[in-house]
Design a protein around this ligand. Structure first.
Ligand SMILES: Nc1ncnc2c1ncn2[C@@H]1O[C@H](COP(=O)(O)OP(=O)(O)OP(=O)(O)O)[C@@H](O)[C@H]1O
Length: 252
């Protein structure tokens, strides 16, 4: 379980996170949803210790994040942020091997190589494995970066809008793969998603944020109601039952 307690974050006078307390269940996919500016990325960045806490605490399986040595954090959690401006001439295959660095410390074993090759196949990167990141489209680069995150083989995986730049095919493909890897390898994946239908279809648990606070949480069936969507996004929608999942539809 990821246990977040009394997390408050201010920038100047602006309150970005307002006394957030939240338990993210162990195992499965938790989707963080909410309107632009609700605080999702900020919360994720604290969860990955990309910035130090000023108030509150975060613990992974009872272990306080702030006092965990960096080398151990790197083996415990991995994160895909929205700011991925890697412009160096590194190939996709080398990028994935770079993701293994916390394990091999610069000396990749056969096991590391096998994992990288498996990820290349899983993430359908074979045609571009030798290409440099600078030579890829936005969606191709995004897929390579997500594969690198998974090559880190951490128990906790934090992804900030991984579907950015992905077309319909790869978006669905990635969500299926996320679910498959998360469940088969007993991982806990926390993913910021703007597409609430992807969240409804693939997440086990939903955390909906509004103005720096957790507004709703629960299963997709509990959170995705007409009333809740109106509160979160100020939109009139229909919520349908489709193939056992909630489907949120809206019109012009
Ligand atoms: N470096 C910063 N300086 C000032 N304000 C910031 C900074 N970073 C974030 N904010 C503000 O904090 C609030 C929360 O931002 P955050 O990026 O966490 O929201 P979000 O829910 O991830 O939004 P989005 O869906 O648009 O990505 C916003 O009001 C944003 O303007």
């Amino acid at each position: 379980m990821i246990e977040i307690k009394n997390l408050t974050h201010k920038i100047g006078e602006q309150i970005i996170l307002n006394d957030v307390s939240l338990n993210i269940p162990q195992g499965g996919i938790t989707a963080l949803i909410g309107a632009n500016g609700a605080g999702k990325s900020t919360l994720l960045s604290f969860m990955a210790r990309l910035q130090p806490l000023v108030s509150g605490s975060i613990a992974y399986n009872g272990r306080d994040l702030a006092s965990t040595p960096t080398a151990e954090v790197a083996k415990m959690l991995s994160i895909l942020t929205q700011e991925n401006s890697i412009h160096s001439r590194i190939s996709v295959r080398d990028l994935l091997m770079f993701g293994r660095y916390p394990h091999h410390q610069g000396r990749p074993s056969q096991h590391d190589k096998d994992l990288v090759e498996k990820a290349i196949v899983q993430f359908q990167l074979e045609p571009i494995a030798q290409r440099y990141l600078t030579e890829l489209s936005g969606g191709q680069r995004q897929r390579a970066l997500i594969a690198m995150v998974f090559c880190q083989s951490t128990e906790y995986v934090l992804l900030d809008e991984p579907l950015n730049n992905l077309d319909m095919y790869y978006a669905r493909n990635l969500m299926q793969l996320l679910r498959h890897i998360t469940h088969d390898h007993n991982r806990t994946t926390v993913v910021v998603l703007h597409d609430i239908n992807q969240a409804a279809a693939y997440a086990d648990h939903i955390v909906a944020m509004q103005q720096g606070q957790v507004k709703f949480q629960g299963s997709p069936e509990e959170v995705f109601t007409v009333e809740n969507i109106k509160i979160l996004f100020d939109m009139e929608v229909d919520v349908l039952d489709y193939k056992g999942k909630k489907l949120i539809v809206h019109h012009v």
